[in-house]
Design a protein around this ligand. Sequence first.
Ligand SMILES: [Zn+2]
Length: 419
Amino acid sequence: MIRTYRFRVYPTDEQKAALSCSFGSVRYVYNAALAYRCKAYERRGESIYYYGTVKLLNKLKAAKPWLREAYSQCLQMLLRNLDAAFSNFFRNPETTGYPRFKKKDSAQSLQYPQGVKADFQRQMLYFPKTGWVSCVFHRRFKGGIRTVTLRKEKSGAYYASVLVDDGKNAEDIPAGRNVESESDVLGIDMGVKTLATCSDGTFYKNGKYLSESEKRLKKEQRNLSRKKKGSKNRAKQRIKVARIHERIANQRKDAIEKATAGIAGKSHAAVAVENLNIKGMQKNHHLAKTVSDASMSFFLTRLETKCISKGMHFVKVDRWFASSQTCSVCGFVNKETKDLRIREWECPECHTRHDRDANASLNIAREGYHLIARLPMDGGEVTPVETDKVDESAKAPKKPDVGETGRVPETSSLEAPRL
Ligand SMILES: [Zn+2]
């Protein structure tokens, strides 16, 4: 199985200068290849694929000798990524944006299909053409290094995302556990402040310092808007803001990793979550912030991977199922609790007092159990039939997917054929 590890790396000033040249070359080639593909189609109706852009790269290299200073494999990988970006777009134009030109002032990245080595003793990573770079390995990994992405964030910090093949096959994953009763299913209600409320009474919160960072971000963003355009102070302030953005993203990610690991470590046979219509929710401006805050889709994918690797079943219950409005004791549907601000309520039928999230998690567990009970139990993943009645109007406008979860070049690399 392929796992991803992300490490902070600290290049020297000299290495930074060399990397900056490589970032430039990569950007140049990517933009040239993208323009080439677009123009060929517009002018001649001709579709250019990967090999067409490789020919272009060779011509470019002959004309611009400085391109040869960049690691050639990175340049080729880039063309693969561009190709993947186009196929993704054509396969799914509704949700995937048209490939875009790379900009100098956004985050920069280089992708190494091979040649990267790790030295845990010396805490260093080796990159072809750049050499050994200091790195903080917060954890060691076992297995062969596959693709490595070196990324320079807007804040100026460098990170390496290392894909590692741990050599384990899917067969090594434990067989699905038996679901015999409702209590074998752990229901999870996802929220904003409380990331996850579980039906066994436990809950996972966002990191302690997240709200502090968010307050600081607001303040520094206000400061930024006051700085004169084009001034040095504005540029400095920009970096400050980017740093806080990065910290917030890291804090969220950290909380999600901890919560999902905690849930996957439980002894339940199955985990049930709500299949959220995230796109529809983002359209609602009131909810937009909170949804992106909790990075729910990232939460779900991480949780699914971890649960399945532990032999737990993973089910998504219908997104239209009124988990927070139904009394988990008597089944009465209380429409008044639709309002998200209502955190606690008393059932008018059986007079049980409910915490909104805890009650929802119990309902999700029950619904999950019913779903599993109806399905053949042959182990592995259980995917319920989705009632896909998303109304077309709820589709959010296209947005490039570049949160901490969906960096386009990183995810597309997984699909690109290996060189
Ligand atoms: Zn009730």
